[in-house]
Ligand binder design. Structure first.
Ligand code: NDP
Ligand code: 2IT
Length: 443
């Protein structure tokens, strides 16, 4: 399709250094071929508008470390698309953060948020700050400085940030405190992932991992398999991975691996969630501490996790962590389903390989949408000044994940790509955003 090729070529020429963003744009646009046939989107420049953020804010974040030394990081907020609602998406604090990473995440978020069925546009932000090894006071100093610039760009009806890698409950607390102080008002709906004591939603912390398992169970069931009894390889040991493993156990499956950026754990008895929570959430230790306290668990440095035989693989750490060699190992060892807990954890080649080999594959924008969905529910509760019970939020999360799977499956069928959930998710998300953009005119 010439129009799609043209838009991708122009992007490549304008932003040759934005590798991750180009990868995400290519994956989405190439799967839109069937819906571009009418030619109407080309005339209205819809794809050109879609791949161009409405606004990118880049700013200096100065802070002082424990030694009294002033340090400077770069902060970002990309407000990508507001056709469906206020910009919505997390903040990532990690030394690898740059404009390409934030644009790829913001771009994915547009379609993910559309799939939830809730009124949220797409955005993402963060900083190249490394929270590892920092004291609580240093984290607070950084968060306060970051918010001192960001606060003028966000609000419950404009842009609503939340967590992502390196940003959890502690960071959201410090960010919210500074926002409230600068605004001079308690505007709960400006940030999600807040603590339960000050306007957070029950189950937001668990939502991405739990939602991933609800969707995986739906996908397996639809293809005649059960989740119960399956062996599950999980990567990462952060927010998404932890609660994916917890829900896997609850649904009768057995998670046997997890990882951090130094190495990975193989635990033949299944990962001990209580121990892992203590190590990661309470003590902020490395996975070597898990191996030291868990008889039978093996610790391996570096990569190699995907060589572990498993029936289901759930990559929950970071982008491009599963390459073609990993995908080949998964297929060789009998893996039947892969669902992305992280954003874009599979390379383009790895995704294509799994699909050709008949492995069930669900992309992150559908599989990990439970987190932002419960963020949307947190916004609703804040607007109502009410808190829903855990059972209410869980029932809504289950229904949202089931409906995402139904819509993605139906779109794939309708557009001649049955079983291709990459195409299904991209097309279903795109059509909703495109309809809203068309209705709102050339903006
Ligand atoms: P956390 O910071 O809680 O955990 C991240 C985990 O991934 C850690 O174990 C970390 O190891 C590992 N990791 C991070 N970067 C790298 C890297 N470059 N190489 C190897 N391992 C790495 O983040 P989350 O669990 O919140 O996020 C994980 C993924 O899920 C991300 O892709 C995020 O975008 C996505 N996601 C998160 C949602 C949420 O609600 N939090 C919602 C939807 C998607 P280490 O400690 O060594 O850095
Ligand atoms: O990638 C994601 O969907 C998130 N990090 C969660 C975003 C949110 O606003 O809850």
């Amino acid at each position: 399709m010439e129009y799609i090729r043209q838009v991708l070529r122009d992007l490549q020429i304008r932003h040759p250094e934005q590798r991750e963003f180009l990868q995400a744009a290519k994956e989405v646009l190439e799967s839109l071929t069937p819906v571009m046939a009418s030619g109407k989107y080309e005339n209205m420049g819809l794809l050109e508008r879609l791949v161009t953020p409405e606004r990118c804010v880049i700013f200096r974040v100065p802070w002082t470390d424990e030694a009294g030394q002033v340090r400077v990081n770069t902060g970002y907020r990309v407000q990508f698309n507001s056709a469906l609602g206020p910009y919505k998406g997390g903040l990532r604090f990690h030394p690898t953060v740059n404009l390409s990473i934030i644009k790829f995440l913001g771009f994915e978020q547009i379609f993910k948020n559309a799939l939830t069925g809730l009124p949220m546009g797409g955005g993402k932000g963060g900083a190249d700050f490394d929270p590892k090894g920092k004291s609580d006071r240093e984290i607070m100093a950084f968060c306060q400085s970051y918010m001192t610039e960001l606060y003028r760009h966000i609000g419950p009806d404009t842009d609503v940030p939340a967590g992502d890698i390196g940003v959890g409950g502690r960071e959201i607390g410090y960010l919210f405190g500074q926002y409230k102080r600068l605004r001079g008002a308690f505007e709960g709906g400006t940030l999600t992932g807040k603590g339960l004591a000050y306007g957070g939603s029950l189950l937001r912390k668990q939502a991405t991992g739990y939602g991933l398992l609800y969707l995986t169970a739906e996908m397996l069931h639809h293809h005649g398999h059960a989740l119960a009894g399956k062996t599950v390889a999980v990567s990462g040991a952060g927010n998404v991975a932890l609660y994916a493993m917890e829900k896997a156990w609850q649904l009768g499956a057995k998670p046997i691996t997890c990882s951090d950026s130094d190495g990975w754990i193989y635990d033949p008895d299944g990962i001990d969630i209580a121990l892992l929570k203590k190590i990661k959430e309470e003590k902020r230790q490395r996975l070597t501490a898990y191996a030291a306290q868990r008889p039978g668990a093996q610790y391996h440095t570096g990569k190699g996790l995907w060589e572990t035989p498993c029936e289901i693989a759930l990559p929950c750490a970071t982008q491009n962590e599963v390459n073609i060699l990993d995908a080949e190992a998964l297929v060789k060892n009998g893996c039947i389903a892969v669902a992305e807990g992280a954003n874009m954890p599979l390379t383009w080649e790895a995704t294509g390989y799994l699909q050709r080999k008949g492995v069930l594959f669900c992309p992150g924008k559908a599989a990990n949408a439970g987190g932002v969905a419960v963020s949307g529910l947190e916004m609703s509760q804040n607007a109502q000044r009410l808190s829903w019970t855990e059972a209410e939020v869980d029932a809504k999360l289950r229904e949202i994940m089931a409906s995402i799977f139904r819509n993605v499956d139906a779109a794939a069928k309708q557009w001649g790509r049955e079983g291709d959930y990459v195409a299904g998710a991209n097309i279903a998300g795109f059509l909703k955003v495109a309809e809203a953009m068309e209705a709102q005119g050339i903006v």
